[in-house]
Write a protein that binds this ligand. Structure first.
Ligand SMILES: [Zn+2]
Length: 68
């Protein structure tokens, strides 16, 4: 294996591990700020990645709703 090929191989491995790390971050829960439709309070709702509509109860008035 030439030096050039070894360098390319090393760079490829680094790139792959970085992509894997990004993927792990992406798979974590996301925080959605949602305003209550009833009392207007800001609610912090955690949602699994890829899910944009999460049901939650308003922390102020307890109104059950779904994030937009
Ligand atoms: Zn509310």
């Amino acid at each position: 294996m030439s030096k050039q090929a070894m360098r390319e191989e090393a760079e490829r491995l680094i790139r792959e591990s970085m992509e894997r790390k990004t993927l792990v971050v992406k798979q974590g829960d996301t925080r959605i700020m949602s305003t209550c439709g009833k009392c207007g309070a800001e609610n912090k709702v955690s949602a699994p990645k890829g899910v944009s509509r999460v049901s939650f109860n308003c922390k102020e008035c307890g109104h059950a709703q779904v994030t937009l």
